[in-house]
Ligand binder design. Structure first.
Ligand SMILES: *Cc1c(COP(=O)(O)O)cnc(C)c1O
Length: 395
């Protein structure tokens, strides 16, 4: 049995998405900037895809810019808002301690370029507080960036409230919605969002394509210089098959949002219930207000990497956190941000489900994970110390 439970890292493309992309690669190969019919056919495909992505978000087509993915959209949103702020003498940026590195590293770079950055705390339940955003606002604040759903622990942030606070203060509000788009309902109007990043490969679309929503009236500066594509907001010949694939994927996701959400929550809750029975295990993040397919646990006395390798041998494909931090020995900045001690943060396991997973798989995972955790603890000197009382249990 092979169980793919790492859908927050990336998803398997949906068959109708592959079909659309194949068709575009075979038939709609023109350059949308060309004036001949083949080119114009591609331009038409581009316009249709833009319309489709806009509609799903409650936006207008001209508010959508296509990018190479979530990282580029995050970089561009933040750099652009920072530049716009700087022109008006505003050089303060607010974000949170548990953002994706595409946001955190961009902010770090901007800090070295003279901007000041406030990173708000995340509480033990996995949420940022809207009041904290309000308290952190300054006269010179140019941007607030708070993610929609965290990529490790799946908690859904108070986006609408934060957006309302920013709107009132006249500050641009960006949200990294890469984990949320296609999984939970998003409406940029209702949620007071000014800028939003998304990425197709997180909702059963292709890798290497994403979008940035920017509310009309807010300028968007280009990261890449060149031709006048994307109304001069992003140079480079458009990735038509990718963009058409993303449009198909977001449409499918929107159509099945309710149904998939109900199904995934059922699997998620069963998995949480089963894994909670393992001694000295703790769920990370609120049990309810999280992405429908996200489960994230810490197991005391366990080293995450060993757990992943043994689970892979049992056919379970999971993650210890984000793909970007695996391979490094640092514990997850997200788990540290919610207050997990270093040694506990090292023993984390993220299982992220899709509608292709089944209840049988969930039952198998609960059984096997319990077994592997017990096995690893049996070999761990740290666990021996905990059992003997030399060290105190923290969870
Ligand atoms: C995956 C992810 C990104 C990066 O998106 P790419 O398309 O892989 O560049 C950014 N933010 C979050 C929250 C993500 O989960």
């Amino acid at each position: 049995m092979r169980i793919y439970a790492d859908n927050a890292a990336t998803t398997k493309m949906a068959k109708p998405v592959i079909d659309v992309m194949t068709e575009y690669m075979e038939k709609v190969y023109g350059n949308p900037s060309s004036l001949h019919s083949t080119g114009q056919q591609a331009a038409e495909a581009l316009a249709q895809a833009r319309e489709c992505v806009a509609r799903v978000l409650g936006a207008e087509p001209k508010e959508i810019t296509f990018t190479s993915g979530g990282s580029e959209a995050d970089n561009q949103a933040i750099r652009s808002a920072a530049l716009w702020g700087k022109r008006k003498g505003k050089t303060h940026l607010i974000s949170t301690a548990f953002e994706h590195h595409a946001v955190l590293h961009t902010l770090k770079k901007l800090e070295s370029e003279g901007f000041s950055v406030t990173l708000l705390p995340v509480y033990g339940d996995g949420f940022v507080r809207a009041e904290d955003v309000k308290a952190a606002l300054r006269e010179d604040t140019a941007l607030v960036s708070v993610m929609f759903a965290n990529n490790e622990i799946g908690t859904l942030q108070p986006v609408k409230e934060v957006g309302a606070i920013c709107r009132e203060a006249g500050v641009i509000f960006h949200t990294d919605a890469v984990q949320a788009a296609g999984h939970v309902k998003i409406d940029v109007e209702e949620m007071n969002i000014d800028m939003l990043s998304l990425s197709a490969h997180k909702f059963y679309g292709p890798k290497g394509v994403g979008a940035l929503y920017v509310r009309k009236g807010i300028p968007l500066f280009s990261l890449i210089e060149g031709g006048a594509q994307e109304r001069s907001r992003r140079a480079g010949t458009e990735n038509i098959p990718g963009i058409a694939g993303m449009a198909k994927a977001i449409l499918l996701a929107a159509e099945r949002l309710e149904e998939n959400g109900v199904y995934e929550r059922k699997l998620r809750d069963a998995l949480i219930e089963g894994l909670s029975k393992i001694p000295h295990a703790a769920l990370n993040g609120d049990p309810e207000k999280r992405l429908p397919g996200n489960v994230n646990f810490c197991f005391e006395g366990i080293e995450g990497e060993s757990l992943l390798l043994l689970l892979d041998a049992k056919g379970i494909e999971a993650s210890s956190g984000s793909a970007c931090t695996s391979g490094s020995l640092d514990p997850s900045h997200v788990l540290l941000a919610i207050g997990r001690p270093h040694e506990v943060a090292h023993g984390s396991l993220r299982l992220t489900l899709s509608p292709e997973n089944t209840m049988e798989e969930v039952e198998y995972m609960i059984r096997e994970i319990a077994g592997v955790v017990e096995y690893l603890r049996g070999m761990s000197p740290m666990w021996e110390d905990l059992e003997k009382g030399v060290r105190k249990h923290v969870i």
